[in-house]
Ligand binder design. Structure first.
Ligand SMILES: NC(=O)c1ccc[n+]([C@@H]2O[C@H](COP(=O)([O-])OP(=O)(O)OC[C@H]3O[C@@H](n4cnc5c(N)ncnc54)[C@H](OP(=O)(O)O)[C@@H]3O)[C@@H](O)[C@H]2O)c1
Length: 357
């Protein structure tokens, strides 16, 4: 059984990993804590941005010679390959670390094998400590490696009766100021924020992160099949963050940053959109609606997590949070596991993930 000191060190490594969310793609987030031979923490690090040093390297630098004979706690199996930086397994061996404990095995075929390299060099290796917590912090990257497409988190704000706008289309503001601030945190953690042309037309949304220091701005994406919703002067075209407009292959436009995609269903192909974003290094998407586009994502099996802000408000009429998702009978209902419920301001935030089918 794991010692309390091991758990404390790994929990800290998970906290450190979370600091990299939104800034490391296409790489994972990783945290590392190094203790000396007597078990005292002497180094900490996290992967801060793609192309920069890995978490282990930051922690080893801080630990210096005190790493010799100590333990490294890493949230992900130390890498074994030379990419933009050298292999971390080798760096740990050279620093004289005698034990390495990691939480999650590396599913990336190019990087895996770090544990074997460490064992071959006589380093004691343990795996699986706080695996669930370490997987949760890295869920976007792990999902993108497993499915070969970005992780998709669908976020919406609804009244208690499930409406996301009033009958006349007005929707400002359904949720509390605290919930709206929380959405900026979700944007900061995402590589791309996506909305449909209906939302672009109705709200002229800005979609950039505000109020979070040093946040890496996500790519703002509008799915606008006919290239008619985003017009010059739209708020999403300002220089606060990069923007990409997804349009049909045959649509006419004068806009510069567009990606042309095949048509499918009520608009553009969702898998083609996700492929195009993946190619651009996007590993996590925050889908901000509206209900029509969210329905298409659900129908395509492309929603990995749902974050709903439920406000204590009733409207009685107006669009529902989710439009047609291709589900016509109760046996086809998409059932979810609730992973968290939190009070945010006057609202309740519910996080849920689809059950395995
Ligand atoms: N409270 C909230 O959380 C929230 C969030 C977002 C929006 N809203 C509200 O939602 C309303 C807009 O809803 P909406 O459903 O019209 O907007 P939407 O989902 O943003 O946009 C729908 C449009 O996206 C385009 N599209 C492109 N590819 C598609 C595909 N594969 N499947 C489906 N549609 C695709 C279609 O138009 P084209 O093919 O012509 O491009 C479609 O009509 C507004 O009132 C807004 O305020 C509320």
């Amino acid at each position: 059984m794991a010692q309390q000191a091991d758990i404390t060190a790994m929990r800290r490594a998970v906290e450190l990993a979370a600091r990299g969310l939104g800034a490391t793609s296409p790489n994972p987030v990783v945290g590392c804590v190094i203790t000396d031979a007597s078990g005292h923490p002497v180094g900490e690090g996290w992967h801060q941005r793609a192309g920069g040093p890995h978490a282990e390297v930051h922690a080893l630098r801080e630990a210096g010679v005190l790493a010799r004979g100590g333990t490294a706690y890493v949230t992900l199996e130390p890498c074994n390959h030379t990419g933009r930086t050298g292999p971390c397994a080798q760096a740990l061996i050279e620093a004289g670390v005698s034990r390495v404990v990691y939480a999650v095995g590396d599913p990336n075929p190019q990087a895996t094998g770090g544990a074997d390299t460490l064992r071959a060099a006589g380093v004691e290796v343990g795996q699986g400590l706080l695996e669930d917590e370490a997987q949760a912090v890295n869920i976007a990257w792990l999902t993108s490696v497993r499915h070969g497409r970005p992780f998709v988190r669908w976020k919406y704000a609804a009244t208690l009766d499930g409406r996301i706008a009033a009958a006349d289309g007005t929707s400002r503001w359904i949720s509390s100021a605290e919930s709206r601030a929380d959405v900026h945190r979700l944007r900061a953690e995402a590589d791309a924020v996506v909305v449909g042309s209906g939302t672009a037309r109705a709200d002229d949304p800005h979609l950039a992160v505000r109020g979070i220091e040093e946040a890496v701005q996500p790519l703002r994406v509008v799915v606008d099949t006919e290239a008619t919703a985003v017009k010059p002067g739209a708020r999403v075209l300002d220089d606060a963050a990069p923007t990409l407009i997804a349009i049909a292959e045959d649509a006419e436009t004068g806009l510069p940053d567009v990606v042309r995609l095949p048509r499918a269903g009520r608009g553009l192909s969702v898998p083609a959109l996700l492929d195009a974003l993946h190619e651009r290094g996007v590993r996590s998407v925050l889908l901000e609606g509206g209900p029509t586009l969210a329905g298409a994502f659900v129908a395509a099996g492309a929603v990995d997590q749902v974050v709903g802000y439920l406000a204590p408000v009733l409207l009685g009429a107006g669009p529902q949070a989710l439009a047609d998702a291709g589900i016509t009978t109760i046996t086809e209902a998409l059932r979810l596991d609730v992973t968290e419920t939190v009070r945010i301001g006057t609202d309740i935030r519910i996080t849920a993930t689809p059950k395995e089918r």
